[in-house]
Design a protein around this ligand. Structure first.
Ligand SMILES: [Zn+2]
Length: 305
């Protein structure tokens, strides 16, 4: 590559213009368990970090099949960023199969992105399998609150700095710049949803409590009776009746959820289904962590009108 072109590319990349694309001078090979964490790692890592993800955006991230191709991704990785709180417990089996001790719990290349995040819905009593897929450490869908990104990216930068100490300042600068952009965007999202403050919605799976709480909306019920288990007819009948009585207009569904069932519940309750992106890549055009909220905020505001 001609020197001048290299110089221009380097300058653009340090300005954060060239966010996408495979960085030629990457010093760290990172893998994130989910697409949200991949995007956040890219945003703070810039051209210094090459990032891959284990789960795809169109997958239900609770439930990813452990395949040899995923283990291959981890074999040469310097850093693994996991969601934690048992959302991505399957990632542990991938690590076990990858034979890369750096990525084991407590290893130099291991980042638990949930460390320090204020966790919602931590169960008070005992949790057992009869309750469905209840997460004993609390609701794991914290990346859907943009405010948690400050903590999550601090954890990521700490991990990146452990494996590439010379680049600490670059990571910290990029993180500050990203949080600045995120803060401005969050003010915009808050404004868009302001008119619907206090609105009650029903969700398919209990993925949205962080998102709804951040923007002043309320979760009135869930289609899933117990997480991860098909709902009983009695539960659905009660839910439909409640939606009619409370005039609930919107049912939030993830692209991986049961569309037919959601449509049936919404129809009987005179409500509508809105499909939101549960993670980056879940819906066409949602390619970054900022896109995720742009899309979800606008789609939800449109549905609540
Ligand atoms: Zn869940």
């Amino acid at each position: 590559m001609p020197r001048l072109l290299r110089g221009i590319l380097a300058a653009l990349s340090s300005l954060g213009v060239l966010v996408a694309g495979a960085p030629a001078d990457a010093t760290v090979r990172a893998v994130a368990s989910t697409p949200d964490l991949k995007s956040l790692t890219e945003l703070v890592g810039g051209g210094l970090v090459e990032v891959d993800a284990l789960a795809r955006g169109n997958q239900n991230v609770h439930d990813v099949e452990v395949r040899p191709s995923l283990m291959v991704k981890l074999r040469r990785a310097d850093l693994l960023v996991v969601n934690g709180l048992e959302l991505d417990g399957w990632a542990e089996a991938v690590v076990q199969g990858a034979n890369n001790p750096r990525l084991l719990v407590g290893g130099v290349g291991r980042v638990d992105a949930s460390r320090g995040v204020p966790v919602l819905e931590v169960p008070a009593g005992r949790v057992d399998r009869s309750m469905g897929d209840v997460h004993p450490q609390g609701n794991p869908h914290y990346t859907l609150d943009p405010q948690t990104a400050a903590i999550v990216t601090a954890n990521i930068v700490e991990g990146l700095t452990r494996v590439a100490p010379a680049d600490r300042e670059a990571f910290e600068t990029r993180r500050r710049e990203f949080l600045g952009r995120l803060g401005a965007a969050q003010a915009r999202w808050t404004k868009t949803l302001e008119a619907f403050r206090g609105a009650r919605v029903v969700v398919n799976h209990n993925s949205w409590i962080y998102f709804l709480s951040r923007f002043g909306l309320e979760q009135a019920g869930t289609v899933e009776d117990r997480p991860g288990i098909p709902p009983s007819p009695g539960h659905l009948a009660r839910l439909i009746q409640q939606m009619r009585q409370e005039r609930i207009k919107v049912l939030i569904l993830e692209p991986w959820g049961d569309r037919k069932l959601a449509e049936r519940v919404a129809n009987e309750a005179a409500a509508r289904v809105v499909v939101l992106a549960h993670t980056v890549g879940a819906v066409k055009g949602v390619e970054s962590y900022l896109d995720l909220f742009d899309y979800n905020v606008n789609a939800l505001a449109e549905a609540l009108k």
